[in-house]
Design a protein around this ligand. Structure first.
Ligand SMILES: NC(=O)c1ccc[n+]([C@@H]2O[C@H](COP(=O)([O-])OP(=O)(O)OC[C@H]3O[C@@H](n4cnc5c(N)ncnc54)[C@H](OP(=O)(O)O)[C@@H]3O)[C@@H](O)[C@H]2O)c1
Length: 172
């Protein structure tokens, strides 16, 4: 039987947790990535959790290798990466933000999804299995909002990144 496998970031709460729960209820395998874990998801046999801080962008390649070690990729109907985790903070005008806050927020909301996508495409390049990447964006990526410049910039970046990768992968 061909089973679908979903790698989802930010499954400890919120949209990521609910999305994972719905996919697990439908019999899919879910590989969740977040710093904390979820009591709701841990009850499912088909759920495997990876405690990981996505601001560690240099560790992402190794993380994804560990996840792919768990998947029999040639006996899979669909393999899907859902970049859901994001950081809303800092919520203040840019002159009030320090370099560390700006760096961390962009690492989690923009750089981590880019690195995850890069590794995901590399890891699945030679397989015939259907592949999909879903990036969770926000309306904030399309209009300017005071005190949200870092988050909105990350989401605008995600929008453009999604279009660029879509163009790169259009024949794949
Ligand atoms: N909620 C909304 O109204 C709304 C509207 C528009 C767009 N969105 C987008 O939808 C997505 C989910 O939003 P949400 O409201 O469900 O968010 P949320 O409730 O704040 O949950 C965020 C998730 O991301 C994870 N996360 C945060 N920092 C992380 C880190 N350093 N490393 C690993 N995981 C990290 C958190 O897990 P840990 O803290 O355990 O690590 C958590 O599981 C985001 O991309 C957001 O921009 C949400």
């Amino acid at each position: 039987m061909n089973i679908s496998h979903f790698i989802i970031t930010g499954t400890s709460r919120g949209i990521g947790e609910q999305l994972a729960r719905m996919l697990l209820e439908n019999g899919n395998f879910v590989y969740g990535i977040s710093r904390g874990d979820s009591n709701v998801l841990n009850k499912y046999e088909n759920y495997i959790h990876f405690n990981f801080d996505l601001s560690d962008v240099l560790g992402i390649e190794h993380l994804l290798s560990k996840i792919f070690d768990q998947i029999n990729i040639n006996n899979t109907g669909l393999i899907c990466l859902i970049n859901n985790a994001a950081m809303l903070e800092p919520l203040k005008s840019i002159d009030q933000c320090n370099a560390e806050e700006i760096n961390k927020s962009l690492q989690i909301s923009l750089i981590a999804p880019m690195v995850l996508s890069s590794c995901f495409i590399k890891q699945t390049d030679n397989v015939q299995t259907r592949r999909k990447i879903i990036n969770i964006s926000s309306g904030s990526g399309t209009f300017p909002a005071p005190a949200m410049s870092v988050y909105s910039t990350a989401k605008a970046g995600i929008n453009m990144f999604t279009q660029c990768v879509g163009a790169e992968q259009s024949k794949r």
